[in-house]
Design a protein around this ligand. Structure first.
Ligand SMILES: Cc1cc2nc3c(=O)[nH]c(=O)nc-3n(C[C@H](O)[C@H](O)[C@H](O)COP(=O)(O)OP(=O)(O)OC[C@H]3O[C@@H](n4cnc5c(N)ncnc54)[C@H](O)[C@@H]3O)c2cc1C
Length: 269
């Protein structure tokens, strides 16, 4: 239940045991919070070619015992009889205990750039915190390990009396689904008024989509292009001004490495 990041990781280890697998996802595609429609469809095709049945746009509404098996009812009226059901529908901060404490919460515990909550002297970091996002300035819960570590470091410095700020929580994910690597960075959906470049090779399961705002790369989705993952992160997180390299990337997205050498490293020095 759930074709998100965790569902796909679990699918990888289950598939090694060669069971009959069905994945049910309520979104209109696989990994909808990380991949656009083209990438989600490509991942689906990859999984189906490896014998996984993928049901999207459907929600599990009831689970009942049926002898040794489980009967799983979907919202389209379909019923699946299964040996085991794995729940991979995501994590949510457990913050109800803060009711009435004065610590402001939304989806998570709201923190400022120093990781301090609305109550002076109380800090939050990691999966429970809702911190300002690097690209948009909006607050998000970004439940990934590197962010948890960095948020905790900033919180600890401030708690120890050494002022430090988080430049913004950075949304990125790299996922291995049955051997196909996909990745998303920053504002991968694109931004209003921005431009995008796309490279698609359906036969070889390779996809790259770059999203620009002005002459900066602000987000990306990719499948199969593992050689560019570090460069994509560097260009986006470094807020690198691409100048004339933006047009070159629009025409030829695979020139990312050259763009980084020409502009990213130039900015760093
Ligand atoms: C299956 C899975 C795979 C993942 N894979 C990746 C990955 O590939 N890459 C990546 O970047 N991230 C991944 N993540 C996310 C990553 O694990 C989290 O972002 C990270 O662990 C967050 O760290 P944290 O310290 O905020 O929370 P946690 O690691 O969840 O630690 C919180 C701890 O607090 C304890 N706790 C909770 N309530 C209380 C309480 N009231 N009193 C005392 N202790 C309490 C919990 O038991 C837990 O040990 C994955 C997560 C899961 C579940």
């Amino acid at each position: 239940m759930g074709a998100g990041f965790i569902g796909c990781i679990i699918m990888e280890s289950l598939a090694a045991r060669d069971p009959q697998l069905t994945v049910v996802e309520m979104g209109d595609r696989m990994v909808p919070r990380m991949l656009d429609a083209v990438a989600g469809a490509m991942l689906r095709r990859w999984c189906e070619a490896r014998g996984v049945r993928v049901l999207t746009g459907r929600r599990v509404v009831a689970i009942a015992a049926a002898g040794e098996a489980l009967r799983v009812q979907l919202d389209d009226g379909q019923t699946l009889e299964v040996d085991a059901l794995l729940n991979a529908t995501g994590v949510r901060p457990n913050i109800a205990f803060l009711d009435g404490s004065g610590v402001a919460v939304d989806a998570g515990v709201l923190v400022d750039a120093s990781m301090q909550t609305s109550v002076a002297g109380i800090y939050a970091a990691g999966d429970v915190a809702e911190a300002v996002e690097f690209g948009t300035g909006l607050r998000v819960v970004n439940a990934i390990q590197p962010d948890a570590v960095e948020q905790a470091r900033i919180a600890a410095l401030n708690m120890a009396g050494q002022p430090a700020v988080l430049p913004g929580t950075f949304v990125f994910n790299v996922l291995d689904t049955l051997g196909l690597i996909s990745a998303s960075f920053g504002q991968w959906q694109g931004v209003a008024g921005g431009e995008t470049a796309q490279l698609l090779d359906e036969t070889r399961f390779r996809y790259l989509r770059l999203a620009f705002a002005g002459d900066r790369l602000v987000g990306a989705n990719c499948i199969g292009h593992t050689e560019h993952i570090g460069v994509l992160r560097g260009l986006i997180q470094g807020r690198v001004r691409l100048g004339e390299w933006k047009d070159r990337l629009l025409a030829s997205p695979l020139q990312l490495g050259e763009a980084y050498l020409a502009r990213g490293l130039a900015m760093a020095h």
